[in-house]
Ligand binder design. Structure first.
Ligand SMILES: Nc1nc2c(ncn2[C@@H]2O[C@H](COP(=O)(O)OP(=O)(O)O)[C@@H](O)[C@H]2O)c(=O)[nH]1
Ligand SMILES: [Mg+2]
Length: 361
């Protein structure tokens, strides 16, 4: 018998399962077609790991070291060695390198009219790198943040509804990056004290850390605050779950009112890349834009048993051989949550989607 309930029944439950490439089908002009075929050739010979490779920084360690606050399309905002925010551009030798919030860099000062721009000369080897699958083969990875001590996946239970599939995706990305994950249930003031959020039951059985909090009532904030000293923590989650509000409560000021951390706060604030915010506890919080999709394209299937420990090895070999609607299968494998099998099927397929970094997996 399917004894309990099906998970992820919200009307948006499948939103994160869709990763379709929006760019497809647009290249009509001849030039565009040529570019596309050139690109395809590059991709075929391209090892996606090269996108993550950084030139050796040893030669530059005598230069001052900074921390990337935010990457914009034309420049990088970073905290200089003396803690003063600076704006810089990449030196020619870093062409093609994608910097990301949290990167440690070495820089030189360079003057330009009106504004002092620094030049970023090298990037220190990353301790870790949180990334999600790219939207197409041109961008095999989308980098989120580097050098994190922890990732907090923020999820509210109502407004917006809890989406277990987003948590599973965040687990995959965090496991792949080697960063501990904490599930932060936000807006707990909207829940009854007795609501034990049954959707989280499979997570509890894996000893996943889960913290309930509310920026409004203050529940859980002391505990979260105690995690901050000298650590760099990335906040992930769907837009509207309360990440920015939580962050403002934890750092005790309103970033949106105080403006950007940098003195260049009048510039258009991009919402497409993560932003590092220093805490008074000597660490950083990373605010990320509300990702519509945490793609696991290209991430190794090897992590799936950690995320779905209730399934047997036989199921991981090919989850599509098993029908989540079939009572006999559910009873045979002791599957309490058929929605978890559907979710496993989605992640399993998506991980292997055509992608240069999926080779051999
Ligand atoms: N009831 C309640 N609402 C909250 C809480 N935190 C944030 N909100 C509301 O949720 C909405 C989205 O918050 P925001 O911080 O912008 O979410 P973000 O998109 O994840 O950064 C806003 O209307 C907030 O007022 C909370 O703890 N309790
Ligand atoms: Mg926000």
């Amino acid at each position: 018998m399917n004894k309990k309930f099906r998970l992820g029944q919200s009307s948006h439950a499948d939103e994160f399962g869709q990763t379709g490439s929006r760019r497809e089908g647009r290249g009509h002009s001849k030039r565009r077609q040529q570019q596309t075929s050139q690109l395809r050739a590059q991709i075929e010979s391209h090892d996606s790991e090269s996108m993550l490779t950084l030139p050796d920084a040893t030669e530059w360690i005598h230069l001052p070291q900074g921390t990337v606050i935010q990457r914009h399309s034309q420049w990088i905002d970073f905290l200089g060695a003396d803690g003063v925010p600076l704006r810089g551009t990449l030196s020619g030798k870093l062409r093609g390198v994608s910097l990301v919030c949290g990167d440690q860099i070495h820089y030189t000062h360079a003057s330009s009219t009106g504004e002092t721009l620094a030049q970023i000369q090298a990037v220190v080897t990353r301790r870790n790198l949180l990334k999600r699958g790219g939207i197409d083969d041109r961008h095999p990875w989308q980098l989120i943040a580097s050098n994190l001590d922890e990732v907090w996946l923020c999820a509210s239970v109502i407004q917006p509804a809890l989406k277990p599939s987003l948590i599973e995706r965040a687990q995959a990305l965090a496991l792949d990056a080697g960063i501990p994950l904490v599930v932060v249930i936000t807006k707990s003031d909207e829940l009854k004290a007795t609501d034990d959020i049954p959707e989280l039951e499979p997570l509890r059985s894996t000893a996943q850390r889960i913290i309930r909090c509310s920026a409004q009532s203050g529940e859980g904030l002391d505990h979260l605050q105690s995690q901050l000293p000298h650590r760099c923590i990335g906040l992930l989650g769907h837009s509207g779950v309360g990440k920015s509000t939580l962050l403002n409560r934890l750092i005790n000021r309103d970033i949106s009112r105080t403006g950007a951390l940098t003195k260049f706060g009048t510039g258009k604030q991009t919402t497409t890349s993560a932003r590092l915010i220093p805490t008074v506890e000597g660490g950083f919080l990373v605010d990320t834009p509300g990702f519509r999709n945490l793609s696991v394209r290209g991430i190794s299937r090897h992590w799936l048993p950690n995320i779905f420990p209730e399934f047997t090895q036989e199921i991981f070999e090919d989850p599509h051989r098993f029908d989540p609607e079939d009572e006999d299968t559910l009873v045979h494998f002791g599957i309490d949550f058929p929605e978890r099998l559907k979710s496993l099927q989605r992640l399993w397929s998506e991980m292997a989607e055509k992608n240069p970094n999926a080779r051999g997996q």
